[in-house]
Design a protein around this ligand. Structure first.
Ligand code: FES
Ligand code: FES
Length: 214
């Protein structure tokens, strides 16, 4: 079994929280009874989707993905994360914990941030999905992306797509958030590199540039 270390750095700019569960067990996470579909998809097979011993219900889904109408026939119980990454080639959305804890897999569904690792793809039917690939327009980075660059709001960058998408969801709802509102809204997105202070500054800068716009 693994362990979890919890030190959260939002507001301090210093701390970090890491989640390590079951590394070295062979399958990646905990005991066999803890395995779920998302974990099997990501760790046991690396790429594909798990079919052993389960009745797969293929569904045809129609939704808007980054402004493009999209139609897909898939097992509707698969996670949105792995469908985006493996079926649709959108690898900007990252896999971290697989348990809706770290936030690196955040995308917007109907403008609401969701943790795509634990979000069944069937739930996007008839909706609008925006991933990090959908933010830049006409070759120009989105204000949030520009602000993350100009504020150096990343180190390894692994958390960055999820951070930006969660921040985008916040600014769509609340175009002028206070620092405290930013911290509260971003609190469950984890950065192992501890870039929290600069991320807050980047979100404040982007909010000013967006001024309630996109
Ligand atoms: S991968 Fe950590 S919340 Fe989804
Ligand atoms: S995890 Fe490395 S920049 Fe956030």
């Amino acid at each position: 079994m693994g362990y979890r270390v919890g030190v959260q750095g939002w507001g301090t700019g210093l701390g970090y929280r890491v989640g390590v569960q079951g590394w070295g067990t062979g399958l990646g996470y905990g005991s066999g009874s803890m395995l779920n579909r998302a974990k099997i998809e990501s760790w046991a097979t690396g790429l594909g989707h798990y079919t052993g011993g389960e009745c797969i219900m293929m569904e045809t889904l129609r939704f808007k993905l980054n402004d493009k109408p999209t139609e897909l026939t898939v097992d509707g119980d698969r996670s949105l994360l792995w469908v985006l990454r493996t079926d649709l080639g959108l690898t900007g959305t990252k896999f971290g914990c697989g348990e809706a804890v770290c936030g690196v897999c955040t995308v917007l569904v109907d403008k609401e941030p969701v943790r795509s690792c634990q979000f069944s793809v069937k739930n996007v039917n008839g909706k609008e999905v925006i991933t990090i690939e959908g933010l830049a327009k006409n070759g120009e980075l989105h204000p949030l992306q520009k602000a993350f660059v100009s504020h150096d709001a990343l180190q390894c960058g692994f958390c960055t797509p999820g951070m930006i998408m969660n921040a985008y969801g916040l600014l769509l709802k609340n175009p002028e958030p206070t620092q405290q509102e930013i911290i509260e809204s971003m609190d469950d997105n984890l950065c192992r590199c501890g870039s929290y202070g600069r991320i807050i500054e980047a979100i404040q800068t982007a909010a000013q540039e967006m001024k309630g716009g996109r």
